[in-house]
Design a protein around this ligand. Structure first.
Ligand code: UDP
Length: 322
């Protein structure tokens, strides 16, 4: 029997590269697409020699062409950290809107099932806590995060429209903060920022008073949730994230303890529209997918720490401080 073929946009990114590995392991033929504006070819270098893997250097926001059949599409291309989407607001808006439209068109043409990567950012600065999928969110459309949040909200809307109007097989995942190896050290997010700072002997920068909360999910748990959702028959949005909530200040202290450094915490201004609280309600994922996270923050952080330690050591070799 011939292999199922899956296209993964953003395939050279943090999540995309883990998805490529997972679907290869499951026996799929994987086509990874990326334009490398935030992705890194190094993330998939080890897959390039395989006969069941193909890389397309392409921008999904332009017309996408893929030759041959496709059974599945995972649309994961997008800048995803606040710093990235502030620096690339137009690309962020385009990949969530035009990029999604192109992927949906491709899915229709190939008669493929598509899963789009949405985000907890559709809830904005939420006033309902924890956030169930039925909550409509509290988003500032013209604020700095609006370029990401609204692109993803549009993505959900157009995906549902293709589902109801064209009867396309669609899936929508709302991803909460996720971490693990292959995150970029410099992507500006709290976890790589804190680990990078601790490893380089710098102060830990906590924004605001650090009372804002987040809930961090280890990448393997997320990938399992994506896998199950894709193969399910559920077309409505599903939250995937770890409900273990922690304040950013406590998180910074946890990182200091983990790295065994004695860095100081320094407080910086809170970015505009930074959500005060975030924690997924995962009842739907439990009921529909039988999914819940299995990796604790302590376990996940240990693996991630080792990854970043190697990255910082490499950086020090490549750019020695004279
Ligand atoms: N944050 C921080 N110091 C940093 C980077 C981020 O205190 O160096 C805070 C940020 O203001 C937010 C939280 O950590 O409240 C998580 O931010 P992140 O950029 O990881 O992603 P977000 O969850 O806001 O999308």
């Amino acid at each position: 029997m011939s292999k199922k073929r899956i296209l993964i946009t953003g395939g050279a990114g943090f999540l995309g590269s883990h998805l490529c590995e997972r679907f290869l392991k499951e026996g799929y033929y994987v086509l990874a697409m990326d334009n490398l504006i935030t992705g890194n070819i190094k993330n998939i270098e080890h897959l390039m020699h395989r006969s069941d893997f193909e890389y397309y250097h392409s921008d999904v926001s332009n017309y996408v062409h893929v030759s041959g059949d496709l059974d599945y599409i995972l649309h994961f291309a997008s800048p995803a950290s606040p710093i990235d989407y502030l620096q690339m607001p137009i690309q962020t808006l385009k990949v969530g809107s035009l990029g999604t439209h192109n992927c949906l068109g491709l899915a229709r043409a190939k008669n493929a099932r598509i899963l789009v990567a949405s985000t907890s950012e559709v809830y904005g600065d939420p006033i309902v806590h924890p956030q169930p999928e039925t909550y409509w969110g509290n988003v500032n459309p013209i604020g700095p995060r609006g370029v990401y949040d609204e692109a993803k909200r549009f993505q959900e809307a157009i995906t549902m429209a293709y589902h109801t109007y064209h009867k396309l097989e669609t899936r929508i995942i709302r991803i909460f903060n996720t971490y693990g190896p292959r995150m970029r050290l410099d992507d500006g997010r709290a976890l790589p920022a804190f680990l990078g700072q601790a490893l380089r002997g710098q102060d830990i920068t906590v924004f605001g008073d650090g009372s804002q909360t987040r809930s961090f999910c280890y990448v393997d748990d997320l990938v399992e949730g994506i896998y199950r959702l894709l193969l399910s028959d559920y077309p409505h949005p599903v939250n995937i994230g770890n409900p273990d909530e922690i304040s950013i200040k406590d998180f910074a202290e946890e990182i200091i303890k983990l790295t065994g450094t004695d860095q100081k915490i320094v407080y910086k201004p809170l970015p505009k529209d930074d959500p005060m609280q975030r924690k997924p309600d995962i009842l739907r994922a439990k009921e529909i997918l039988g999914w819940e996270p299995t990796v604790s923050r302590a376990e996940g952080l240990k693996v991630t720490y080792e990854y970043f330690k190697k990255q910082v050591e490499q950086e020090e070799k490549d750019y020695p401080i004279k």
